[in-house]
Design a protein around this ligand. Structure first.
Ligand code: OGA
Ligand code: NI
Length: 261
């Protein structure tokens, strides 16, 4: 985890011209970096205060050439987190009384689609006028988040925002959209956002652990049988990820809400 922070810090301090080559050309670029100043999510305009690097790291591993150590460090970080995600998925399938085979098969976990993101939030002179990341839920099954000891993550519960002050050397685990869909609503994808502050720079490192891109994800058949009906439409995971990246909200609804039947 420390090596990952060190490598990311080095990446963010590369000269702008070097980072520019990784600027997103399309939403599905496997390597994207940038900083957006304004985002319009339906009816709210936010000033965003964030630099980011987003990488597709599994089944194909993509990574910038610099800094030199990045490749090795990220390969290991992504492998280890993938293992952890798989254990959590096994535990969840146990808890849902699904056969382990079933989950492995429908989600095709050997070729799970894993995304890595590093967020860099510089100190912001007017933190009330800006946001690090606007409210959203993550795609995938489980998201893991670590940070450099500076608070900023908030989660929504019953319409209120709460600070999620996880200890510095811990991994915070969030349930994500495909877990909610697969479990036919038993697990809730956590709505969250990142706020900024005027004093300290913050770095967060996030891995979104998903099913395979080719896996068609819908409510698990045995649960649908129990519940009498599916609560969500099925969709190929890669299509879900790409729609989330490219399409804006429809009638103010997130993609997860649009999938509800
Ligand atoms: C994300 C995210 C929160 C944070 O990258 O999806 O929610 O605290 N980040 O940086
Ligand atoms: Ni997120």
């Amino acid at each position: 985890m420390n090596a990952t922070f060190t490598a990311m810090r080095e990446f963010f301090s590369l000269p702008a011209v070097e980072k520019k080559q990784y600027e997103a050309k399309s939403a599905s670029d496997p390597i994207k970096c940038g900083n957006f100043n304004v985002a319009n999510t339906s009816n709210q305009i936010f000033t965003l205060w964030r630099d980011y690097l987003k990488l597709y790291v599994h089944p194909d591993f993509h990574c910038p050439h610099k800094p030199q150590l990045l490749r090795e460090v990220l390969l290991e970080y992504s492998q280890r987190t993938r293992k952890m995600a798989r254990k959590l998925v096994e535990a969840v399938s146990d808890a849902l009384e699904l056969e382990q085979d079933y989950v492995d098969q429908v989600l095709k976990l050997d070729s799970s689609f894993q995304m890595f993101a590093a967020n860099f939030y510089p100190p912001c002179p007017e933190p009330d006028q800006a946001i690090g990341i606007p409210p959203h839920t993550d795609p995938g099954l489980f998201t893991f988040l670590i940070h450099n000891g500076v608070a900023g993550l908030q989660i929504e519960h019953n319409g209120h925002w709460f600070n999620a002050d996880s200890p510095q050397n811990s991994i915070l685990v969030n349930a994500a959209d495909q877990l909610q869909i697969l479990s036919n609503g038993r697990y809730k994808s956590v709505k969250h956002r990142a706020v900024v502050n005027s004093e300290k720079e913050r770095i967060s490192i996030v891995v979104a652990n998903g099913p395979a891109g080719e896996a068609v994800v819908g409510p698990a058949a045995p649960l649908v049988q129990k519940d009498g009906h599916p609560l969500y439409r099925s969709m190929k995971y890669v299509e879900y990820v790409e729609s989330q990246l490219t399409k804006s909200r429809v009638d103010g609804k997130s993609l997860l809400e649009q999938q509800m039947i």
